[in-house]
Structures are given as C-alpha cells and as structure tokens.
Design a protein around this ligand. Structure first.
Ligand code: NDP
Length: 323
C-alpha cells in the first residue's frame, strides 16, 4: 500500500510517498481503511522534530483520522467491521490502512462524513478542555480565541457560542476574521492591529478578558497577559510562532492571573474529563449546533504541500488528506 514515510526530520518535503506492507492488527488493535486524515499543527512540528515528544524515525505521520473498520485483532469488542470511526493514534495515518489500539477509537455520529469525522477529535476535545475542563468558562463570559480561522480556532468559536459564551476572535487576515464572524464570533480583530491590547480590553467591558486560549506564544504570550482581566485564566495550548516566551511570575501575582498548560494527549488519560467532553460534544454535533469545519483537502501524494500550507498560514479549518 502507499504511505508517506519520514526517514529524517526536517521541513515538510522530507516526507516521501513509498510502497509499504499493509499492517497487521495485533491483540487489542483494529485495522482501519483510512478515508480522511486530519492534519494538525502538531504533525508539522513532529516531522520537524519540534514536538513535545521526540519523533522516532522512520515513521509514517498522521495522528488523527477517520475510516472504516476493516479487521479486528484478538480480544477487540464493542466495535464492528464496517463501522465508521474516528481514531487517535500516535502516528501512521498517512496511508491506505492504519492500525490503532482499540482504546484510541472515538465513536462519531454516523451523520458525519469521513472528512468531518477526521476534523473532529483533536480540535473539539482540545477546545472543550480549554474552555471548560481547565478554562472553567461559564455562560456569558468573554473568551479570546487566537488563530480563530484555524482548526482549533473554528472549533473553539463554535463550542464557545454553543456554551453561550462571548467570543473575541483574532486572526491574521480579514478573510479569516470573516470566517470567525460567520461562526458567531461577537468581536473580531486583526492580530496585527496596533491598538489590539486596548481594543481587546475594551471589547470585554474595559476590564480585560477572563479567559484566553493562547496558541501563538512568543511575544504574543506577553500580550495575552496584558489583555487578561484580573484573576484571568490563560490556557497555554500552543506555540505556533515557535518563539520563546518570557514569563515573570511576579506579573501573575499583581493581577492574580493563572496560566495553565493544556496537552490533549496527556488529558486523554483523565477518564472523567474525557467522558464529560465526549458526552457534551456528541450531543452538540448530533444536534447540529457544532459542525466540524473541513478545510482544504489534498491527495496523499500532496502531503508535503498540505503541511507547508499550514506553516505558511494559508489554510483555514482542518486540513484533510485523503489517501
Ligand atoms: P491551525 O489550523 O490553527 O493553523 C495554525 C495557525 O496558527 C495559522 O493558521 C495561523 O493563524 C496561526 N499562526 C500564528 N503564528 C503563526 C506562525 N508564526 N506560523 C504559523 N502559524 C501561525 O492549526 P491547529 O488547529 O492544528 O493548531 C493551532 C494551535 O493549537 C497550534 O499551536 C497547535 O500546536 C495547538 N494545538 C495544541 C493542542 C494541545 O493538545 N495542546 C491540540 C490542538 C492544537 P493566523 O494566520 O490567523 O495567525
């Protein structure tokens, strides 16, 4: 079968299309015929060797995908051959078939297409944990969403609105801001607006924003501190700028701010938090209040271009690759 293979870490064009053996599911595993792979910023960082965990080569990238269950390893129960599932594996999805542990399967409403199902798990679970589990957001409260037209950004806006929160959305272009408005953002602001700090504080009633989903990092992290309300919660979810941020703890003391890190991979082992997120998200997706935002779609052979377009900030919604 065809698969993308990385032998040395680096920019997206280190990925090569190769013929590799079809993987066999071991005990507790399932083989899935991949319909659509959701590409996350984390995939780009993993290929570059800049992710939170070390990337071991050679490997096939792709951690989030949807497809049809094609065969079951020994001892697998609760899933049937022929069923559409979404899956979170560590890697291996940029291929015709992928094998994952059955524990990594995420049931999805059968109303979703393959591409929508692949756009769902990472962005929506992360958005839920950022807004609720760790962010403790409540109805009526303002939240600042950065990179608002991206995969996580669009998920965060939709979910915040479904939870009756008020959204300030920031992004780099007017076109991206219009996507944010279409999803219900109450206030939109260009990321490079010269008066952005004051405008964000004013938009949230002059007091600053109580909850910030911080995904850009670097000098923007300092701005997030300035935009936050007293006792504000800043949830650090990403570092798309790939720049270092300076944090002086004393600054947190002055306005009783809190900064909390969020990594979906480690939160998945919190069974109660995962079950709560799954229940609420499946209700919202089932009722149509939340619809996974499928972005541009690429063929497997064009994977490097897809990754490069994410790095170049050309994409909106979830980038999908169809093997
Ligand atoms: P996106 O689809 O949002 O794409 C990344 C976006 O980041 C770009 O479109 C761009 O939006 C923005 N950006 C800002 N600065 C830069 C830069 N210097 N280079 C490239 N992009 C930049 O990706 P994801 O939804 O996959 O991820 C968004 C962020 O959330 C990432 O930082 C990612 O690592 C993080 N994340 C973390 C998770 C976790 O578990 N902690 C889970 C999911 C995502 P704009 O042009 O509008 O600035």
């Amino acid at each position: 079968m065809k698969a993308m293979v990385v032998e040395r870490l680096g920019p997206p064009d280190v990925m090569e299309l190769r013929d590799v053996p079809v993987p066999t599911p071991g005990p507790g595993e399932v083989r899935i015929e991949v319909e659509a792979v959701g590409i996350n910023f984390a995939d780009v960082l993993a290929v570059a060797g800049e992710y939170l965990t070390r990337t071991k080569v050679p490997y096939t990238p792709g951690m989030e995908f949807a497809g049809i269950v094609e065969s079951l390893g020994d001892g697998v129960t609760g899933v049937q051959v022929g069923q559409r599932v979404a899956a979170l594996g560590g890697s291996g999805a940029l291929a015709r078939y992928s094998v994952v542990n059955a524990a990594g399967l995420i049931p999805v409403p059968q109303s979703l297409s393959g591409a929508q199902a692949a756009a769902f798990p990472v962005s929506y679970f992360t958005a839920y944990h950022g807004l609720k589990t760790l962010g403790r957001g409540v109805a009526g409260e303002w939240v600042l969403v950065q990179a608002a037209a991206g995969a996580l950004g669009t998920a965060s806006i939709q979910l915040a609105k479904a939870l009756d929160m008020k959204v300030i959305a920031m992004a780099s272009t007017e076109e991206k801001l219009s996507i944010a408005r279409d999803l219900g953002a109450d206030v939109t602001l260009l990321q490079d607006d010269e008066e952005r700090v004051q405008k964000v504080r004013d938009a949230a009633g002059g007091q600053g924003v109580p909850l910030i989903l911080e995904v850009v990092g670097g000098k923007r992290f300092q701005e997030s501190l300035d935009m936050a309300a007293g006792q504000g919660r800043i949830i650090v979810i990403g570092n798309a700028s790939r720049e270092q941020a300076n944090l002086r703890p004393v600054e947190l003391m002055k306005r009783n701010l809190s900064v909390t890190g969020l990594w979906l991979t480690s939160l998945m082992s919190d069974r109660a938090a995962t079950a709560e997120a799954a229940q609420i998200l499946s209700q919202l997706v089932g009722s149509g209040q939340v619809t996974p935002q499928v972005g541009p779609t690429y063929a497997l052979a064009d994977s490097a271009r897809a990754f490069q377009d994410i790095l170049n900030r050309k994409t909106t919604g979830k980038v999908i690759i169809e093997p």
